[in-house]
Design a protein around this ligand. Sequence first.
Ligand code: ATP
Ligand code: GLN
Length: 145
Amino acid sequence: LPIIRAQGSPDYFPDANFYKVEAILRPWRIPQVSSALLKMGIRGVTVSDVRGFGAQGGLTERQAGSEFSEDKFLAKVKLEIVVSKEQVEAVIDKIIEVTRTGEIGDGKIFLVPVSDVIRVRTGERGERAERMAGGRADMSSPVQN
Ligand code: ATP
Ligand code: GLN
């Protein structure tokens, strides 16, 4: 497949320091996505099994006949990844690179502004809470923090 980049605009609205990348994807692609994200320093990911209805209209997926469901809802996985603003496009591009088949049902990505991040263990907020040891920010500037 040709490389497709999200036609990203840095002018997200509303503006925030952090965004949640919420991706609804085919379940059988999730292992590749999580290892690709980990490799690029994205260590905080939440995943949920969901059922969805889109343009695919409940048509059974070619690669996974076992996903057939009795109603029109197909098994999907929702990935939620909160990252700092400057990491958003890299995460979106990586998800597309790894999950795109070009077939209906590849999924959709929603970008949601996040007001704050709080680490329960320490009470840290904002950038201190969003940063993860050995994460992407550390990988790009190992001297900081
Ligand atoms: P600590 O250093 O206290 O372990 P942490 O930042 O590593 O804090 P955890 O408490 O380990 O966070 O995370 C708990 C859960 O929160 C994770 O299993 C994951 O589901 C979710 N999570 C953490 N960070 C993110 C993130 N940036 N985006 C999405 N989900 C996250
Ligand atoms: N932005 C964080 C960092 O650079 C990583 C966030 C995440 O893993 N979701 O450390």
